[in-house]
Structures are given as structure tokens and as C-alpha cells.
Design a protein around this ligand. Sequence first.
Ligand code: NAD
Ligand code: TYD
Length: 355
Amino acid sequence: MILITGGAGFIGSNFVLDWLAQSAEPVINLDKLTYAGNLENLAALGDDPRHSFVQGDMGEPGVVDALLARHQPRAVLNFAAESHVDRSIHGPEDFIQTNIVGTFRVLEAVRAYWANLPAEQKTAFRFLHVSTDEVYGSLGAQDAAFTEEHRYEPNSPYSASKAASDHLVRAYHHTYGLPVLTTNCSNNYGPFHFPEKLIPLLIVNALAGKPLPVYGDGLQVRDWLYVKDHCSAIRAVLQGGRLGEVYNVGGWNEKTNIEIVHTVCALLDELRPRADGAPYQAQITYVTDRPGHDRRYAIDARKIERELGWKPAEDFDSGIRKTVQWYLANPAWVEHVQSGAYREWVQTQYAGNAS
Ligand code: NAD
Ligand code: TYD
């Protein structure tokens, strides 16, 4: 089996659903259930015995050690993090605690567990760390996309904390020989994305008749990847990645924020027109820019394509349409997230079920 951290979050829950759709191998899912953790994301699994959910903090000493001793996984995948840049600007402390100290605790637990495995299991074991392109900093308009050799130049407390965790993972490979893999992915979008991030916020606000906030001039560029393609990249790296290597993951989909806003508005105009017939673009509102806002991210994904034969299945047009359709088809999920009712899901659905 595999152990993952953060499997109730956006990418982690998509990963668990995808994994279990394609594999008989069970998943142990450790998640603290912060505001970003939502077990409703995993509701489709029902009582599937291949999924064991454990509520816990990976940063608490002993938590991961106990799970490793009990379940003897062949791999640990570290998705858990504080992930929202704006929150990291308002309150960096949780980012330091979870992203740096938490990753350190997981690494320590994994190091002790791995060191004592029998030779064959030791050779086969993998620790995969899920990271972000934001560790590389900001690109100018004409700069080449980030390769794995790009210097680390994080600019936000979020990206700095992720950079620190990447360095720890690297150090555990070089110092202790831990069989690690790291992925640095561009911006994801898709189902179960918490509506504090740009794309789900636009959809949810548009439908609620609220403003669509565009930071600064809206000309910042992000490189968008459909979340299921990130999941397939992680599976490919877990299966065939070279030990100690870093793989950049991206979909060659650079868009300005204002392009994203216009695309989402146009899809909603088509799929769920406003009652008054006005275009959703009427709700666009330019607001004060994010402090230290990175101008452009772009991923050079040639290494993972070349070495592992990975390619995204969705282009932006198909992925964004699926995403808007998913939010339209799942108003209860949106409503529970907005009202906070999703936090009661643990009690109602998982009472006595969590181990
Ligand atoms: P998310 O915020 O949606 O989910 C994070 C999950 O981690 C939540 O379920 C939360 O409860 C859990 N968690 C937080 N602290 C924890 C702790 N101490 N112990 C156990 N669980 C804890 O984040 P996401 O968007 O799914 O991102 C997942 C990973 O992918 C992160 O490491 C992030 O840096 C990375 N990443 C995200 C993106 C993106 O666009 N969202 C892009 C590239 C990389
Ligand atoms: P976000 O989804 O927070 O991801 P990240 O900051 O990790 O790239 O933001 C994506 C882009 O959209 C980023 O340039 C900030 C911008 N943005 C807005 O313009 N308005 C918003 O309300 C939000 C949340 C983000």
C-alpha cells in the first residue's frame, strides 16, 4: 500500500480517487483537515476498504512513525501543505510549521522506517514530495520557462516554505541516501478546488452575483494544468522517476489572469446565462495587487516528457470546460464549502470510521 499526506485537499483527493480507479493497491490517507481539507471530496469512495482515512497532523512527532510501523507502505507521497499565497502573506506561521517542520517530521519518520526495511523493500521504497513551480520565483515576459536547473528564488512566504521543504528532501537523499523524488508543478485547476484560488473563486462568485476580483492589471501569467494530469504525472514519477531527481510538471498553457477571467465568464454565459441576460464580465472588478505578486510562471516539462513519456491528456479548453461543468453540477459541494458545513462531514460520515 501507499501512504499519502494531505489526501483530503484539492490535489490529494483527486489523486486518491484516480489511484483507486486504476489500482487495487490500498491508500492510507493522513490529513489534518485544516480549512482546506474536505472529506466530501472523497465521498464517492463510500466505504471502500482500500481507503483508510486518518485525521492527524504530520508535524506532530510520532504520528507518521506510527502509521508507517502499522501499515508498512511501499511509498510515501507528501501532498500536505498550507497552499494559498494570500494566506501566507497574512499569516506565514502555519506555512513554516506545516510546510517546513511538517515535511521535516515526515522525512525523519520515513528515514527511520526505511533504514530498517529488509533489503528488497528498502530498494523498492520511494518518498515522493509534491512541490510547486513557485519555488523558482518570477519570470520576465521573454525569459525561458523554468527547467529543473533554474535557481530557487521564492518570493512569498508560501513559496519560501515550499522551497525549504524541497531542500530538506534533497538533503535527505544526499546525506542519508533516502530514495526521494520531487515534482514541481504549475498551477492546477479542476474539481474540488477550494474557492479561495482564482478559478473556483471566479465560478462561485460569478454564480452568486459577486465581484470577480482581478489583482493589479490582471496581466500576470500562470501556466495551468488540469489536476488529473498532475495526478498522472505523479504516478509516472513514482513508477519510473530516477532517484533523487526533480521533475517539473506543466501543460504548456500560459495564460494571463484576465484571459482566465474572460474564459470562465464566456463559459458561464453559455452554460448558465445570467437571469438578466447581461454577460458575467460585468462583474469584473480590479482590486489592489497582491504584495510581491510574481509576474509570470512557466514550466518547461520536457524532462518528464522525455524520460517518462508523460503528456497531459487535457488541453486548456477541454479542462476548463470540464471544470466549469463540474462546479455547475455540484452545487451542494459549493454550498457546503461556503457555509462551512463540509467540516461536519467528518462527524456525520466518518463517525467511528477514522483510525
Ligand atoms: P490544499 O490546500 O487544497 O490541500 C492541502 C491538504 O493538506 C488539506 O487537506 C489539509 O487539511 C492538509 N494538511 C495541511 N496541513 C497538514 C498537516 N500538518 N498534516 C496533515 N495534513 C495537512 O492544497 P493542494 O492545492 O491540494 O496542494 C497539494 C500540494 O500540491 C501542496 O504541497 C502544494 O504545495 C502542491 N501544489 C499545488 C498546486 C496548486 O495549483 N494547487 C500546484 C503545484 C503544487
Ligand atoms: P491563485 O489561484 O491564488 O494561485 P497562485 O497565487 O498560487 O498562482 O492565483 C492565481 C493568479 O490569480 C495569481 O496571479 C493571483 C491572481 N488572483 C486574482 O487576480 N484574483 C483573485 O481573487 C485570486 C484569488 C487570485
